[in-house]
Design a protein around this ligand. Sequence first.
Ligand SMILES: C[S@@+](CC[C@H](N)C(=O)[O-])C[C@H]1O[C@@H](n2cnc3c(N)ncnc32)[C@H](O)[C@@H]1O
Length: 335
Amino acid sequence: MLTIGPGPDPYFAYKIHHVERAKTAWILSEEFGLYEALRDGPTTIAQVSQRIGLQNRPTAVLLAANACLGILGTEDDRYYIYDVMREMVLEGGRARTVPKTPDPEKDWWYRIMKQALRTNVPVPEALPDWLTNPQGNEDTTAFAPSRHGWRILWGQALAEAVDFSPFRTVADLGGATGGVLVGLTERYPHLQGIVVDLPYSQKTAEAAVRQSKAQERVRFHAADFFSDPFPAGIDVFFMSHVIHDWDAEHCVQLLRRCHQALPVGSPVLVQEYLLNEDKTAGLIAVFQWFGLMYGTIGDQRTGPEIEALMVESGFSETECRPLDHEQGIVIGWKR
Ligand SMILES: C[S@@+](CC[C@H](N)C(=O)[O-])C[C@H]1O[C@@H](n2cnc3c(N)ncnc32)[C@H](O)[C@@H]1O
């Protein structure tokens, strides 16, 4: 449900940002005929997908968005419109409420999302830097500095969720500014951290890490995590919001590389906004997922879906743990 509860809530800014995405999801649900496709009662994702002419991935996102908005409910893998909401979203309903259609020339977000959902392909003009300019330019910066601060908080939460005392070297694949390793190694000063990311983010990461004492423990290694060798001696691989950027094939490729590089007894850790088992979720996870549509081939996933990718990649023991009130950690152990 779309709720903003009592604090403290470090996700407040994300939530406000995602309300804008929620509005677009409502508009596009109307335009694609999602509500009429559910008129006759509980319907599976595949059936809705067929009725509205979108592929399964964008259909699943739109349905989850509407469940989050309190318009749809779920039962046994089927979505239905709550009785009271039928009056609001179906044609002829007594409280029929229709969103205003934005001008696509003026509303970038609406135009891009409409194209992304319709085609199920990332939109060329909205691709992230790591696809369009992985080497970077003189003035390239990776993400806003505030994200570095958030990552430090995540690193501190990670230190609470997992015991790092048996390990020595942690690699954060796609670690961007290195904030997670700053937060983590502040709590475990014996650890060495290596941020593995593309060259475009090196300068920003090094500048960000230099702001803290962690600079003695955290270094940047410029590499493509799909093809370049990993630095030697890593005994934990960590990834935050990286697995969700890729389809299953790429995820297995990456997780397999981690499995091959790890010593026996070591883990891979995947941090994500996890979906519930029926693919619904709260505001942050759902609208993060929605945002993946325009710039990636990825998917937001449930914990068991990520565990299955780990098993396919060679990890024999897996588990899910909460990280904070929005995110989870999926762990795969090499045995
Ligand atoms: C969605 S961001 C996540 C950043 C950070 N881990 C976080 O949670 O905020 C994905 C990160 O993966 C990096 N990335 C994408 N493709 C990569 C590749 N082939 N090799 C190394 N890093 C890559 C990007 O540069 C970016 O920093």
